[in-house]
Design a protein around this ligand. Structure first.
Ligand code: ZN
Ligand code: ZN
Length: 362
C-alpha cells in the first residue's frame, strides 16, 4: 500500500495548520521532508507550503517526469535551483514571513535565498513541524517499515547460517546486502556495522578485512530500505561455544533491553527511557557510551531522539523508534541488542524486527 495522493494533501494541510502565527509559509528543503509531503523522491527538490495548505514543488528538468508520476496532486514548477525559485514564488504570493528549514539550509544556501527574498519577505527559522509529524507513522508508512524490518530479520538468519571461520567483516556486509536485495529491499538503510572480536567493542565500527576466528563475538547492526522507509536492528552472536564472560555480557544487555522495551509505552517520555538505560548500565558497573535510541522512517535517525535531555514529546500510538542499549569492553568485545519498535493501539511497544535475541552459537 502506498500513500494515496490525498494522503500527501492531508500532510500538507497538517503543516499549514501547525504554522505559528508569525509565519505565513514554510520553505521545505530536507529531502525526506519533501518526500513526506509530496511523494517526490528525486535528489533535487523543495516545497513551499502556504497557510492555505497548497504546496508548490520545484525541481529541475531531469526530474520533471518523475515528479509528475510521484507527486501528481501537487503543482510542480521547473527551476534549475529549486530553493531560490520557491522563495521568489513566496514573494509573489505576498508571504511576508517565510520559515525555512534551518537543519538543511547551508550558510551558502542561506545567502542565496536571502537574495531571492529581498526586502519583501523576511526569512525566519522554521518550526520543526514536518519532523514532528514524521515521528508518528500512518498505516502506509508502518507497512513499509514493517516490510523493511522483516527483510532485515530474514537476511540475518540467511547470513549467519552459512558463517564460518575465515570470512571477513566486509564479506559478511556484502552478504547481508545481497540477502536483503534478494528479498525485495531497494538497498541497505545505512552503512552496516559488522564487527568481529574486539571490534565489537567499538559502537560504530566500519567493516574491515579482519577474518572471523573461533570464539569471536560478531556484532551486526544493519537494516533494509523499502519504499524509502528504513529498518534498524542489531544482534550479537558468537562463533563456536561462548565463553562465560560473553554469556554474562550478553545476558546483561538482553535483560536490560527487554526491560526497556516493556517500559516503552504510550505516554512515556523518550528522555526518561534513556535515563532508565543509564541507570541500568551504571548499576551494572558500565559507562553508557551512547543514547538509548532514535526514531526511524524516511531517515535512519529522525525524531524522536531517545537521549539525555531530549525535548521529544511522549511516545504515542504509531511512533516508530529503536531501543539499543550496549555494553562495550575496549580490547575485548561488546554486545548491543537493537530493535525497531512501534507503539501499537494497545499502547504497548511491539518489535517490528521480531526475531531471536539469544546469544546464538553458530
Ligand atoms: Zn542500528
Ligand atoms: Zn539505531
Amino acid at each position: 500500500m502506498s500513500v494515496a495522493v490525498a494522503g500527501f494533501g492531508v500532510r500538507r494541510s497538517s503543516v499549514a495548520g501547525g504554522l505559528p502565527e508569525d509565519i505565513d509559509g514554510l520553505l521545505v528543503t530536507a529531502a525526506e521532508n519533501v518526500r513526506y509531503l509530496t511523494g517526490f523522491s528525486g535528489s533535487h527538490g523543495a516545497v513551499l507550503i502556504d497557510r492555505g495548505g497548497s504546496g508548490i514543488l520545484a525541481t529541475d528538468g531531469r526530474y520533471l517526469e518523475r515528479a509528475a508520476a510521484e507527486a501528481p496532486g501537487v503543482e510542480c514548477v521547473e527551476a534549475r535551483r529549486a530553493t531560490p525559485a520557491l522563495v521568489e514564488h513566496a514573494v509573489t504570493r505576498g508571504i511576508a514571513r517565510l520559515g525555512y528549514d534551518a537543519g538543511s539550509v547551508t550558510v551558502e544556501g542561506f545567502d542565496v535565498i536571502a537574495a531571492a527574498a529581498g526586502d519583501a519577505t523576511t526569512l525566519v527559522r522554521g518550526p520543526r513541524i514536518v519532523e514532528a509529524l514524521r515521528a508518528v507513522k500512518d498505516p502506509a508508512e508502518l507497512e513499509a517499515v514493517s516490510r523493511a524490518c522483516e527483510i532485515t530479520a530474514a537476511a540475518f538468519h540467511a547470513v549467519i547460517e552459512g558463517v564460518g571461520a575465515g570470512v571477513t567483516e566486509r564479506e559478511l556486509d556484502w552478504q547481508l546486502q545481497a540477502a536483503m536485495r534478494a528479498n525485495g529491499a531497494q538497498g541497505p538503510a545505512f552503512d552496516a556495522i559488522v564487527a568481529f572480536g574486539p571490534h565489537s567493542a567499538i559502537p560504530h565500527h566500519e567493516p574491515t578485512d579482519r577474518p572471523l576466528a573461533r570464539g569471536d563475538l560478531m556484532k551486526f547492526d544493519f537494516g533494509a530500505c523499502v519504499d524509502g522507509y528504513r529498518a534498524d536492528m542489531t544482534r550479537t552472536v558468537v562463533l563456536g561455544p561462548a565463553a562465560d564472560w560473553q554469556r554474562e555480557l550478553h545476558a546483561q544487555v538482553a535483560h536490560l533491553q527487554a526491560e526497556l522495551r516493556r517500559a516503552a509505552v504510550a505516554g512515556t517520555l523518550p528522555r526518561d527511557l534513556d535515563a532508565a538505560m543509564r541507570k541500568g548500565l551504571t548499576g551494572l558497573g558500565h559507562d553508557p557510551l551512547h543514547g538509548l535510541g532514535h526514531g526511524v522512517g524516511l531517515a535512519i535517525h529522525e525524531d524522536p531522539f531517545l537521549t539525555e535531555n531530549s525535548p521529544a514529546p511522549p511516545l504515542e500510538v504509531g511512533t516508530v523508534f529503536t531501543i539499543e542499549p550496549g555494553i562495550y569492553q575496549p580490547g575485548r568485545g561488546g554486545v548491543r541488542i537493537e530493535d525497531t519498535l512501534v507503539i501499537t493501539e494497545s499502547g504497548e511497544s511491539s518489535a517490528l524486527t521480531e526475531t531471536t535475541r539469544a546469544l546464538l552459537e553458530v
